[in-house]
Design a protein around this ligand. Structure first.
Ligand code: ATP
Length: 457
């Protein structure tokens, strides 16, 4: 029984007092202008999902706050959401205001705030989107809250809570989102949803796996229909024309591949036949599945400080299945970082090079010389793509050879009387090679080696 009073109490209980006061302050600004303000999207969904758990949780566990203002009489020069955000900024001068998008959505953000910590509040003006053709950039116009909710992806994300009087706390559920939350299912609002926006397939999978929900059978049918229609294949051919779609697709891939549940999500994407939305030749076979899990294990073993973008390396493994021109094209369209694109471009060449040289390397210093030019993401990628013998050499390089240090460094050379200069480089390299190959173990052996190899200073 989601009476306004119950929802109000839930909000009050779930949000920190500072956040509650902020929402009420924004609602007040809307009210004095005769507008309606709504809390929408993920915050409503997660609020209801956590509703059974009455504990007072910090607001930081809530997603970003999405608000929609139904501004019946917008000012001529700016959208209602922007006007609200600007007036709010006078009350909260420490908030940063950003206005973005063709339809002027305003975002207020706080970082390391004593009460909000980090908080992102989007204030949008109720709008409708039209897709002039599949996967196009939508055209946008002002609308009522009902139409605004109708443009959303799934029923569970199309719920709204009214924050302005007279019915503060009223739940707006035009499309059966509450029932779907209860039934734990992901359902789209209309049959064309996935044709309009292919990234919704990735979102459906993400929410299904993350929330432990099922994709409703009819919605799954729409996914199959959209894929079978060939629309994504056509989109791929014209990817450059849809940069906004590419940005969203990259964002969704990132969300999925960096989540702790990425394996289940990738499997579900594959079961739905949706890998082809990344590229029509991409399929999750046993080998690719093994490669993904192996990369994951290697990264956990070698990138213990999480300095790498591990999701990106997983994505590179996926793209590495494609022919080089295709993988580079997809990477460019997704606007991956330049070093990722370069790695995908040069992968075949590096592999050929190593295949030609590594099998004949028996001394550790030789293996070191061949692998040293490459960074961890490249080596990890090479390891899963190359035969077992090479993989073992890369493993040995990362676990042992990279930890070897000669017993003498540049300062010692100076102390020994060698004049500093560019001759230090070959000397230190020779020392490292001899240490790698087990020819020297301690300082006195190193000094003897130097004197024999590089006549005394
Ligand atoms: P999360 O907790 O993952 O952030 P969220 O629901 O807040 O979940 P966002 O990506 O922040 O997800 O999107 C906010 C809201 O915008 C969604 O709840 C949904 O209503 C709407 N939305 C986002 N992406 C799409 C899309 N591709 N198509 C339609 N509606 C979307």
């Amino acid at each position: 029984c989601l009476l306004p009073r119950v929802v109000r109490e839930l909000l009050h209980d779930r949000l920190s007092p500072a956040l509650w006061n902020l929402l009420m302050a924004i609602a007040k600004q809307a009210e004095v202008r005769g507008w309606q303000l709504y809390l929408v999207g993920g915050a409503v969904r997660d609020l209801l999902l956590s509703g059974t758990n009455n504990s007072k949780q910090a607001q930081s566990s809530l997603p970003d706050i999405d608000l929609v203002v139904d501004g019946f009489h917008q000012t001529a020069d700016q959208a209602a959401g922007v006007e609200l955000a600007r007036s709010l900024q006078q009350t909260y001068p420490d908030a940063r205001l950003q206005v973005h998008g063709r339809f002027q959505t305003a975002a207020l953000t706080w970082h390391n705030h004593p009460e909000f910590d980090s908080l992102w509040v989007d204030i949008a003006t109720a709008r409708t989107e039209f897709y002039p053709y599949p996967a196009a950039n939508p055209e946008v116009e002002a609308s009522s809250i009902r139409q605004d909710l109708y443009r959303r992806d799934f029923t569970i994300n199309a719920l709204a809570i009214r924050l302005t009087p007279p019915r503060v706390g009223e739940m707006l559920d035009f499309f059966g989102g509450l029932l779907d939350l209860k039934a734990k299912q992901i359902r789209v609002l209309h049959a064309n949803s996935f044709i309009e926006d292919p990234t919704r397939i990735f979102r459906a999978v993400r929410f299904a796996v993350r929330l432990g929900f099922a994709i409703d059978p009819q919605t799954e049918g729409y996914i199959h229909h959209a894929i079978a229609s060939g629309v994504y294949h056509r989109i791929q051919l014209e990817m450059e024309k849809t940069p906004a779609l590419q940005t969203r697709l990259k964002q969704e891939l990132k969300y999925i591949l960096e989540a702790p549940y990425w394996k289940s999500a990738v499997r579900l994407l594959s079961d739905l036949g949706a890998m082809c939305c990344i590229h029509s030749n991409l399929h999750l076979d046993d080998r690719l599945w093994w490669q993904l899990r192996l990369v994951d294990r290697w990264l956990r073993r070698f990138d213990t400080n999480h300095t790498l973008e591990q999701w990106l390396v997983l994505l590179e493994v996926l793209l590495a299945q494609l022919a080089t021109p295709d993988r580079v094209k997809v990477a460019e369209n997704l606007q991956l970082p330049a070093d990722s694109i370069e790695r995908l471009r040069s992968l075949d060449q590096i592999q050929a090079n190593l295949m030609a040289n590594l099998p004949a390397c028996f001394r550790p210093s030789q293996i070191y010389q061949h692998l040293h030019p490459y960074n961890l993401p490249t080596l990890t990628l090479l390891a899963v793509l190359m035969p077992r013998h090479t993989r073992r050499q890369i493993w040995h390089y990362l676990t042992h050879l990279t930890t070897v240090k000669p017993p003498i460094d540049g300062n010692d050379l100076k102390a020994m009387g060698y004049k500093p200069g560019k001759q230090y480089k070959p000397m230190l390299e020779a020392l490292l090679n001899a240490t790698l190959d087990g020819e020297i173990h301690d300082r006195s052996q190193a000094e003897a080696f130097l004197q024999a190899t590089f006549p005394s200073p």
